[in-house]
Design a protein around this ligand. Sequence first.
Ligand code: SF4
Length: 250
Amino acid sequence: MLIEQMAFLLTKARIVKVIDLLEVNLGVPRQKKARTDPLDMLIGTLLSQNTNDRNSHRAYRKLRSRFPTWKKVAGAPVGAIASAIRVGGMKNQKSKRIKALLKNILEKNGSYSLRVLKGMNDNDVIEMLTSFNGIGYKTAACVLLFSLRREVFPVDTHIHRISNRLGLVETKTPEKTFEAMKPLVPKGKSYSFHTNLIRFGRTVCIAQRPRCGQCPLYDECVFSRKEMYASAKHPVSSRRNTDFMLLDEI
Ligand code: SF4
């Protein structure tokens, strides 16, 4: 067997182990029964950029209560949209993006709807969504996983960081990690793995000063500074805000 094939199979096996360990330690996440409309999910994900899930959820709820339909949002002045989403941060940039996005969607699909995505394959969905200004791979993959319920594994900065520290991939950007992880995540585990890695990245494998001494994945990890961080003192952690997942609440 070729060396690359063996390395691929070993990484796959390690990922299965990591998923198991996360499920044992953090639980098995379950998706809610009701499916969210893809356009709702797209705009919710756009609002989540550069802010925490609770604030972006508040921004999303305020936007929806002030403008009950996307057509009404599209027809509203940018300032009124910005005012509605203020709590989520970057209100000026995000309000312009939302308005431009809705205009693009109307031009492309003839209505303020993305239901057309339901009949498209994953690659075509990604191609269409990333053709809209301000929509990247992570956002497109979130629509696929959380709204369309496809076997797609979105990669944000937490997942990119942890996957590299664990040595599951060796990549420089979340986009490269997304491509590298595609064939590695087992079927039926995308949602659980994605959700648990985000929780894990917020509480244990945090960007600055990871809590390696409390890490259930310590033996699986190849991070060169894990021993140093394991012996470091950390303030008592708070789980407040860490379990709330915006995309489960839209
Ligand atoms: S040992 Fe440290 S760096 Fe490795 S996964 Fe755990 S917390 Fe992250």
